[in-house]
Design a protein around this ligand. Structure first.
Ligand code: NAD
Length: 253
């Protein structure tokens, strides 16, 4: 396959681990120049050093961090062609028991972070008819029991994708999302092992929302990276406002 991202300037968040790391690897393998923003700056630096990119400390909870990260990426790469909103956290907790702190943290990291980064990156993406891909979740379409704040935050990412696609299509900027079900990453491993989760909530959630494809329970981070790369590539140049679901049939089957 011909590399699809030769010299494309890609800003991605969450590149230190899981889906973000696999995505960084995929884009680098296809010729992209990478800037990674992550709260785990040590991990992000290690990935950037391995792949030949640059990394910056970035906390999605801080609204001021988004324009700063965009400025740093533009200074390092000379512009931004593609923004990939990957960083996120999983939180458990029944609706009535979700504390203001947990609600706020989940919404800030999973939704406000991508919102502010999209705002900050748009002027640069308009200059080169660039595009954005965000990682939502199947849980934003078909919630998992006991994860209401998470599901609501990811439903917000889907609505953000669709709203932004409406406003930016006239500038030639595409905005899309992927919505995975389970993905075999550190986040998923912790969650499916029930670590840090109220056992009563976990028992209620277990066995529900399972993929209909029975050969395995989760997709790989590389499969999600491939879907992100497709949406960000010219092969998807007529796709905007699209949510590509990768859930083994959990929502769609
Ligand atoms: N793993 C799954 O089953 C699954 C399913 C659907 C969607 N997702 C979504 O995929 C994305 C990546 O998840 P993953 O499974 O690779 O998890 P992961 O825990 O392996 O990686 C998450 C990354 O985000 C970074 N991060 C966390 N908080 C941050 C903050 N405040 N500011 C900046 N960076 C921060 C972490 O340091 C890490 O590098 C998330 O948005 C997640 O919600 C994951």
């Amino acid at each position: 396959m011909n590399p699809r991202f030769t010299n494309k300037r890609v800003l991605l968040t969450g590149g230190a681990s899981g889906i973000g790391r696999a995505t960084a690897e995929r884009f680098a393998a296809e010729g992209a120049r990478l800037a990674i923003g992550d709260i785990d700056v040590t991990g992000a630096n290690a990935v950037a050093a391995e792949l030949g990119g640059v990394a910056f400390a970035y906390d999605a909870r801080d609204p001021a961090a988004a324009p700063q990260l965009v400025e740093q990426a533009v200074a390092a790469l000379g512009g931004i062609d593609i923004l990939l909103n990957v960083a996120g956290i999983m939180t458990w907790g029944r609706f009535e028991e979700t504390s203001p702190e947990s609600w706020q943290r989940t919404l800030e990291i999973n939704l406000s972070g991508p919102f502010y980064l999209t705002q900050a990156a748009i002027p640069h993406l308009k200059q080169c008819k660039g595009n954005i891909v965000s990682v939502a979740s199947a849980g934003g379409m078909h919630p998992v029991y006991g994860t209401s704040a998470y599901g609501i935050s990811k439903a917000g990412v889907i609505a953000m994708t669709q709203s932004a696609s409406l406003e930016f299509a006239r500038f030639g900027v595409r905005v899309n999302a992927v919505a995975p079900g389970g993905v075999a990453t550190p986040m998923h491993e912790k969650s499916t092992a029930g670590r840090g989760v109220d056992p009563a909530i976990f028992a209620e959630a277990a066995g529900r929302n399972m993929p209909k494809l029975t050969d395995r329970q989760a997709c790989t981070p590389e499969e999600v990276a491939a879907a992100i790369a497709y949406l960000a590539s010219n092969e998807a140049r007529f796709a905007t406002g699209t949510v590509l679901v990768l859930d083994g049939g959990q929502v769609t089957g």
